[in-house]
Design a protein around this ligand. Structure first.
Ligand code: PAF
Length: 280
């Protein structure tokens, strides 16, 4: 059955209130539409945690900079809703920008910590405050028990987890492991832009992270392991933005031995930017 499409916060609350009254739990899957297999996986995981799943489709203007083309972001609500219907999603919340940011809107969630780790934020400085602001609004609007986020965007996952904790929001953020191709490449809608040769080269990102993690586990210094990964990726033709070992939760540079670590990488192959991360 096609899910109901909800356009206003008031209507969303009206639809979700009876679930709560009946003791049913809910999960929210925030998206900007253009749904792919990764999003549908989050929906399926949502159903393993909760009785009802709400997917939000909202292309958030606040996470685009003046030089990024908001108007060109792919939008196909009909196709998205058909995919969500096939997964049995209960509601689609697809508000207009004016519903989320009404005229005169001047409030923002500004974050330090994982949002200012010098990773993705170094390349898109405006991005995480925009994400934190819209995700806070979506959590408050829906009041769901859980929110599903992919580990593929690991910095985003840590940012929204911290934000929900700091603001005392009732929604628990659940991170879902990255889906990988058989050769280890993290699944991403960007992989389709890789040429046949680049697609083969691309597996080196996951391989170099795996090797760096093994070195650190064997007692090697995180910095020398990541430097070796950068060298090997550069030799293979990547333009590396970063390979970094960070505290798995705060994303700060590790200070003490035994901290839980995450290895994160971003690198260009031709005109395609790939990101990946793994636990140490
Ligand atoms: O990951 C995304 O698609 C977006 O950053 C999110 C979380 C839906 C917020 O707009």
């Amino acid at each position: 059955m096609a899910p109901k499409i909800i356009r206003t916060v008031a209507a969303l609350r009206k639809e979700m209130a009876p679930w709560r009254a009946e003791g049913l739990t809910s999960a929210i899957v925030p998206t900007m539409g253009a749904l792919h297999e990764g999003h549908l996986r989050l929906v399926r995981e949502g159903f393993t945690k909760a009785d009802r799943v709400v997917t939000t489709i909202f292309v958030n203007p606040k996470q685009f900079s003046a030089t990024e083309d908001l108007g060109k972001y792919p939008r196909d609500e009909e196709a998205d809703v058909a995919k969500l219907a096939a997964e049995g999603v209960n509601l689609v919340f697809a508000p207009d920008p004016g519903e989320i940011y009404p005229s005169g809107f001047v409030t923002a969630v500004h974050m330090e910590g994982p949002a200012k780790a010098g990773l993705e934020d170094k390349f898109r400085p405006h991005f995480f405050d925009g994400v934190a602001t819209v995700v806070a609004k979506l959590f408050i609007a829906a009041g769901a028990d859980y929110a599903m986020f992919g580990e593929k965007d690991y910095q985003q996952l840590q940012v929204v987890t911290r934000m929900a904790r700091d603001l005392g929001l009732a929604t628990e953020v659940i991170g879902i492991p990255t889906e990988r191709e058989a050769d280890g490449l993290a699944m991403s809608s960007r992989n389709r832009y890789l040429s046949k040769q680049e697609r083969q080269q691309a597996t080196a990102i996951h391989k170099s992270l795996t090797q760096a993690a093994a070195k650190i586990r064997a007692g090697g210094k995180p910095q020398s392991a990541t430097r070796a990964a950068i060298r090997s990726l550069t030799t293979l033709g990547f333009k590396v933005d970063y390979v970094a070992a960070r505290n798995a939760e705060t994303l700060a540079v590790p200070k003490t031995a035994g901290e839980p670590l995450r290895l994160l990488a971003a690198a260009w192959l031709g005109t395609t930017r790939l990101i990946d991360n793994i636990a140490v």
